[in-house]
Design a protein around this ligand. Sequence first.
Ligand code: CDP
Length: 516
Amino acid sequence: MSFSVLSSTAELHRWRKHQQSSVYFVPTMGALHRAHGQLIKSVQGFGSLQPAAVLVSVFVNPLQFGPAEDFDSYPRDLEADCELASRSGASALWAPSVDQVFPGGASSQFRIQVPSHLQAHLCGASRPGHFDGVVTVVARLLALVRPEVLVLGEKDWQQLVILRHLVAQLGLPVRVHGVATVRDDDGLACSSRNRYLMTQQRQQALALPQLLARAARESQDGRAVDLAGLRCAWEQLGLEVEYVETVDAFNLQPLHAGRKLCLLAAAVRCGETRLIDHTFLMSRQPIVAIDGPAGAGKSTVTRAFAERLGLLYLDTGAMYRAVTWLTQQHDVDPHDPVAVKTILENLELELEPSQSGPQKVRINGHDVTEAIRSPEVTSSVSVVAAHGCVRKALTAQQQRMGVRGGLVAEGRDIGTAVFPDAELKVFLTASPAERARRRALDLDNRGFPVPDLAELETQIEERDRMDSTREVAPLRQAEDATELISDGMSIEEVIETLIDLFRVQVPEEVWPTPGS
Ligand code: CDP
């Protein structure tokens, strides 16, 4: 595979014009090391945009250094950078001059200002103007490179969060791909500045990751994080602590460990060298809630999404369908709550949560995986599902299945009633006409008779009406859910959108993508 070294913007534009495949952009300040190699390699297996061309930029951005910081002495070694980028699978390395990136000089540039709440803590507090410099240069580089995907490390977590906000708020046409912090065997997070550390200092510096990891373990056992204790322990070991803080991992506001994903982050000086590191504090593994009306294609995309991310898949509609099937077997009037309640006594509903393939459903020992998809079950499931006793029993069972997290559940009330504290909530929908078309295809594939589309649309709308007007846990979009309207989107596009939404809420370090 050929590897190009580009310096001028003209060379960059020429290279860009010849790319047939998607361009993944890895912006760096050079002095590349193993972790940069990992950013480049992480592109394999990310999304379906293969094959990809990876462009690495090397640009020591003057805008992000304070007057007393190490801009002049920042390590630069272009030859070694080219060697590492090429070895890791990059297609090109672009090393522009300051004039190429900022014609007229850095001081005559427009600057983008990061909202103060995003930089009031952590590195933002001690490096005024730093993140304004970062977002300004990244916006400029994105305009020049026009990549499909921007690849960033989670090591600089605050930077990643701020850049995600920049891309979302300005509506920049690029996906952001975060990559977990890469560590050396001794646990120190890889960083270009590590090369400044003497052997003895490196030993001292190890206390940074070690004590963070210990605090994370203790937090999992229910112990509060002792920030003052951490500060004191590092200082006793000769590290000068700039900050040690816990913040909400996404809005970067002060927070103590609890239900929300909490970032415990610190910056220390070891001699002259500034080091940062972090860990995440979490009370259980992540949960994704996908709700939406009938026939929106939830099962297909949710199952594939679960498989890609190694999450368990829970189809709660199958549980309501199974109970409905049982009422029909026993000739119980689905409208009669007392009769339906008797069905629930001694109910044994087993779901084999799966990471691939259909989830097996057994009720009182019968395998009903296929039977619950019949038009007869579909026609009365919304009536059965509206009874408070049915909802109570099934919700309790679903919550038991989700105690440890690590799952994606789909249904009608997952984000509102079953897992209101899910990390990600999506309301997946499509127009009734589109949903009727999808349902017709599904019925045909399963060998059931297919009514005409107008009739299917009426049936679907009636079920939506019943589901959204019932008294207990009606179908509605949770306030904090993202609406995803899938008309005109391919299945793959929906899955990738879900993965991107997931990654905004759940870092790779907390839930790694299998095989990455
Ligand atoms: O696949 P489809 O969209 O047709 O529906 P499903 O997910 O199999 O759900 C069937 C029915 O179960 C829904 O129409 C609801 O009445 C009920 N249901 C519910 O009430 N709450 C859930 N969490 C899931 C399903």
